[in-house]
Design a binder for this molecule. Structure first.
Ligand code: AMP
Length: 283
């Protein structure tokens, strides 16, 4: 496993693979690796000749400096895990390597980036789009892997790559969960055991909506029922619970005529911001 921290070193090292026609898989992360990340990595290893994992806590996607400063950074543990997994390259740039000068150009995804995460974390997706564009240019991967846990991020990046002709396949990977149903997240490290138990209710509320839809109940009614379910749990503070059509990220109140539906949640438990979603495809 090679650990490189400048864009030039990494692009140079990868040239020898792309020139031979070998495929490269990229897994962008912010580190504090868990089973969810490992699923992305394992998929990339299965589908590509070479796998690159990047670890970078991207300052331009944080609108809250406390959240940025508190973000876990267990680099040594991450590197030994990646070494154990036999990853080919780890890219660990610092802020100066990726932002040598003040960044003045950002990706603007338009209205779909100003709802849900974009509404509550203004500017978040401008930073995500910018850093992902940089990584895609530096690595030139055949495929890049993103978790469906961050569904809005996945949908926007896929759209960016289509509309801006990035020659890469964007692969979405199903959310990996704890046995309790809690979606794995680096932020879970900041929860107490009790906090984790409470947070497992987030997925319960989403599953209630799925069951209701399968039994033919109205989406509007189900959203309201889950909002009431969450409101009865004092330790969960809901930021939003919203149903969207994933094809355009428009908010929806009924499943009629939809091929797919996502119900997205964001909220706080013990002061830690958690997101999760339900992603359903209809025949
Ligand atoms: P992060 O380090 O949080 O930026 O996440 C890096 C990548 O891992 C993103 O594409 C996330 O969507 C994905 N990811 C994070 N948690 C999970 C999970 N529980 N299951 C699947 N993918 C995940």
């Amino acid at each position: 496993m090679q650990i490189l921290s400048t864009p030039i070193e990494l692009s140079k090292s990868l040239k020898k693979y792309s020139s031979k026609g070998n495929s490269i898989g990229l897994v962008p992360t912010m580190g504090a690796l868990h089973q969810g990340h490992l699923e992305l990595i394992s998929k990339s290893k299965n589908e590509n000749d070479v796998t690159v994992v990047s670890i970078f806590v991207n300052p331009t996607q944080f609108n809250n400096s406390e959240d940025f400063n508190n973000y876990p950074r267990p680099l040594e543990e991450d590197l030994s895990e990646l070494n154990r997994l036999n990853v080919d390259y780890v890219f660990t740039p610092d802020d100066v390597a990726l932002y040598p000068k003040k960044q003045t150009v950002f990706i603007d995804f338009g209205t779909p980036a100003r709802v849900m995460e974009g509404e509550f974390r203004p500017g978040h997706f401008d930073g995500v789009g910018t850093v992902v564009s940089k990584l895609l240019h530096i690595v030139s991967p055949s495929r890049a892997y993103f978790g469906l846990k961050d569904l809005q991020q996945f949908l926007l990046i896929r759209r960016m790559c289509v509309e801006l002709n990035f020659p890469v396949g964007i692969i979405g990977v199903k959310t990996v969960r704890e046995r309790s149903g809690l979606a794995m997240s680096s932020r879970n490290q900041r929860l107490s055991e009790r906090g984790k138990e409470v947070a497992a209710n987030i997925y319960k509320g989403l599953k209630k909506i799925e069951e209701g839809i399968r039994s033919g109940n109205q989406l509007n009614y189900l959203l309201e029922t889950s909002r009431i379910f969450y409101s009865k749990i004092d330790e969960i503070e809901v930021e939003y619970l919203e149903a969207i059509d994933p094809s355009n990220l428009h908010s929806v109140t009924s499943c009629q005529n939809l091929k797919e539906l996502a119900v997205c949640f964001a909220g706080y438990v013990e002061g830690v911001r958690l997101i999760d979603n339900l992603y359903l495809q209809f025949k």
